[in-house]
Structure formats: structure tokens, C-alpha cells
Design a protein around this ligand. Sequence first.
Ligand code: UDP
Ligand code: MG
Length: 316
Amino acid sequence: MNKENVLYLVIPCYNEEEMLDITTKELTKKMNDLIASKKISSNSKVMYVDDGSKDATWSLISKYHEANPLFTGIKLSRNKGHQNALLAGLMTAKKYADITISMDADLQDDINVIDKMLDEYNNGSEIVYGVRSSRKKDSFFKRFTAQSFYKLMRLMGVEIVFNHADCRLMSKKALDGLEEFDEVNLFLRGIVPQIGYKTSVAYYERNKRVAGKSKYPFKKMLKFAIDGITSFSVKPLRLITSLGFIMSIFSFAILIYSLVVKLCGNTVTGWTFIVCSIWLVAGIQLLSLGVIGEYVGKIYMEVKHRPKYIIEKELD
Ligand code: UDP
Ligand code: MG
């Protein structure tokens, strides 16, 4: 019914040498099936993005490319993080593809979701979010931290699709929209819903990582969450204002209290109270300064307009 679309699977890879052989085998099968059943054009490709890996990742990618034109890749000049690697891949793929689907190299996201996403695309969606139907196979720690992350983002007023990571289909039109966003602090999960167009959701099972380790230790996850909130929400700043307001009312009450105590002639007893208030106020001030600093840092980074990534090599 419709013309066969060129699909590019965009896969960021950081030190994934243990995983890539398995991934390549699975994806070859999947892509060949899709091409054979005429769901996608035979010009479709798998694009690996080497995010400045320190292991054999890039030589493996070049090897797959030599062996099979289905595989292609780009190599970033250094490690720029998952989000930037993904963006580099998407913007490169946009030149050749009608549709892109982004996925992690560890195939924790069930690849059969590709079929569901293509169906949604054919129904007119420009963006299809892959959403995890359950996290039973994640460790308790990962599940807990990830779910708290989504809840916190919602609480802070960031528009974000629950349990949707970066597994998503985006049409060329949606990618053109994404290109208009010029921020350096890149948080794709927050930006993509801002693009608009018709969107839909495809559910899949989240599996365990088969080989290699998670490249997202707790420290990186925390940074990701803080970046996400401060790039999209001014609620933390408003919280400070409310806190300041409550503190003023509180100190007014204290003022009346101390006047009463003074009038009763018991002034020496104030020592504990003074020490406590000094610590409390100093703590709140420091916290507030920290949050403000986070935003100042963001402004600082944005005005620099540094390139988000530099592509070192591109396979033809
Ligand atoms: N990744 C990347 N650059 C980084 C960290 C991770 O390109 O600096 C890639 C990684 O190779 C994988 C994806 O991002 O394809 C998700 O990472 P991982 O599976 O380790 O995260 P988790 O599933 O544990 O959240
Ligand atoms: Mg993973």
C-alpha cells in the first residue's frame, strides 16, 4: 500500500565489544526479515555510533561494515555520553532515512518492538515511544532508582513519558523538528515531547543485559536526573521562593516569642535557640545557592554554544 521506507536503526555504543557480536547477529536476522516482508526498503541500515570507546568497539563496527552493507557506523572523536551519541547518530541517519529507530546496544529492549513501531508509523504517527511494560527483570536498585527518577521528573513538571527510555521511532519530519532545538544540555526524553506531531506508544518487555556491564552507574544516573530537571523546570527556583516565604513567617513568630521572653526577664536562656537558628539558616542558604548555581551553570554552558559532537569518521 505505501512505498517502502528506508529505516535506520541508530545504536549508541560505548565499550560494547562483549555485546556487539550478539547484537549484530540478532539485528541481521531482524532487518533481513523486515526487508523480505517488504515492511522496509532494502536500503535500510543499522547505524552504530561509537561514543569514543576505549575497547575494540570501532574495529568491530568497521568489520561488520566490510562484511555486510546492512551495517554502517560513525565514530565520535571522544566519549560524549549516551544522549549526544544518540543525537549524532540521528542527525547523520536523517540524511538517508525516512524513519529512524533508536535502541541500546545491549538489546535490553525487545527488538520485536520494531514491528509494532512500524505499524504505528504507518498509522500516521511521526514519533512512537517505546515503553517498558514491566521492569521485573531489572535489579531492585535499578528499578527503584529509575522509577523514582520518572516520578521526580513528573513532580517537577517535566513532560516525560513514563517508563520510556531512549527506544523510539522518529520520522524524518520529527527529526527536522528536533534539529531546531539548539540546546547544549541535551535531554532527549524531555525535548522529544516538545516537538509535537501525532505520537503513539508501543509496549515491550525489558530484558536483562546479556553481556558486558551497564554503562550507567549510579553517579551518571544522578547527573542525568539533575540535568533533566534543571534543563526543563524552574520549579526548584520556585521552591526556594516558597521556602523563603515560610521562613519569614516563621521568623516573625520567633520575634514575638523572643520579645515575650525578654519582657519576662529570662534573656540568658536564648543560647540554644541562637545556635540552632544560625545552623538552620546557613544550611538553607547554602542549599538555595546550590540550586541557583545549577541554573547559572546551565546558562554558562548554553551561551558558549559548543558543538554537541564532532563526527570523526563516517562509513559510506
Ligand atoms: N552509552 C553511550 N555512551 C555512554 C554510556 C552509554 O553511548 O557514555 C550507550 C551504551 O553503549 C548502551 C546505551 O548507551 O548502548 C545504554 O547504556 P546501558 O545499557 O549501559 O544503560 P542501562 O541499560 O544500564 O541503563
Ligand atoms: Mg542497558
